[in-house]
Design a protein around this ligand. Structure first.
Ligand SMILES: CCCCC/C=C\C/C=C\C/C=C/C(=O)SCCNC(=O)CCNC(=O)[C@H](O)C(C)(C)COP(=O)(O)OP(=O)(O)OC[C@H]1O[C@@H](n2cnc3c(N)ncnc32)[C@H](O)[C@@H]1OP(=O)(O)O
Length: 260
């Protein structure tokens, strides 16, 4: 696959490093999501792999979230396939038996934030220009219930409610204060710190850690599994509305204008 190049390396420590590399901004296209899920599945099935560090190969951007062009002016069949791929990615990552560490080395709005939130631990570069959050409301769209559930499980109900309603993108220091990321480190120390955190988590017996993780996350995962088809229908009916299409088009135009 060409668009989403994901470098993987499993060291002697049993840790893979996955680097998002889909210029210009690592947006989560159908192709990217499919490749990401396949990569996760391969690592999950590889007994030599016990943990994965997820980061970006691009400067300043971890991931710009779902590829908005995938949600604009496409067919029902396309929306169905795209949304199933988003669900699949989250089910694999949030439900992974591996230790997952996000080394967030750039901005991470919406779907990018979901990826970080789905990991076991988040370390972010301490650059106040980098921001993270579920900003869907700013686009005139609504974060699905499982994005919200994942967010609540990390920061708690009150912080999630305020942040989601306002569609806030939190600069790194604020994200740390809110508990949205666990640690801030200078950018050049990010991978070193991620490896140290990984070693700490891998020092425990896998079975105890895995069963505990399942216990903590199962209810939220089961909720999407039980309502998967309904969630796809909701997405399609929401995104097919002309008012939502208009909001998405205006947002894309705003992004382009910002440059000129
Ligand atoms: C009640 C029932 C509910 C049911 C559920 C229904 C609906 C919910 C559906 C979905 C949830 C949505 C989740 C999402 O993830 S939406 C995506 C949100 N992402 C963003 O808001 C980020 C937008 N991008 C930026 O802010 C910036 O681009 C950046 C990431 C900060 C990088 O800035 P920089 O200045 O470095 O780059 P540019 O802005 O110049 O961008 C370069 C280039 O990329 C294009 N682009 C950026 N982001 C996206 C994107 N997410 N998708 C597609 N394209 C993107 C940008 O337009 C530029 O393109 P150009 O052609 O001009 O070069």
């Amino acid at each position: 696959m060409a668009a989403a190049t994901l470098a993987r390396r499993i060291g002697r420590s049993g840790v893979a490093v996955m680097k998002f590399k889909s210029p210009p901004v690592n947006s989560l296209s159908l192709e990217f999501l499919t490749e990401f899920s396949i990569s996760l599945e391969k690592l999950e099935n590889n007994r030599a792999c016990r943990g994965v560090i997820i980061t970006s190969a691009l400067p300043k951007i971890f991931s710009s979230g779902l590829d908005i062009t995938e949600m604009c002016g496409k067919s029902i069949e396309h929306y169905t396939e795209f949304w199933r791929a988003v669900q699949e990615m989250w089910l694999r990552l949030y439900g992974s038996n591996m230790v997952t560490v996000a080394a967030v080395n750039g901005s991470s709005p919406a779907g990018g934030c979901l990826i970080a939130l789905s990991c076991d631990y988040r370390i972010m570069a301490e650059n106040p220009k980098f921001s993270i959050g579920l900003n869907e409301a700013q686009l005139g769209i609504v974060a699905p219930f499982w994005f919200k559930d994942t967010f609540v499980n990390v920061v708690g109900h009150r912080i999630a409610e305020r942040s989601l309603q306002l569609g806030s993108l939190h600069p790194a220091p604020e994200a740390h204060k809110l508990g949205l990321v666990d640690e801030l480190v200078p950018e050049e120390k990010l991978m070193e710190k991620a490896a140290a955190v990984m070693a700490q988590w891998l020092a425990l017996p896998d079975h105890a850690r895995q069963l505990t993780k399942t216990m903590m996350r199962k209810a939220v995962l089961d909720r999407l599994v039980a309502h998967r088809e309904e969630d796809i229908k909701n997405f399609i009916s929401f995104v097919s509305k002309e008012s939502i299409q208009k909001s998405l088009r205006m947002y894309m135009e705003m992004l382009k204008k910002k440059k000129s």
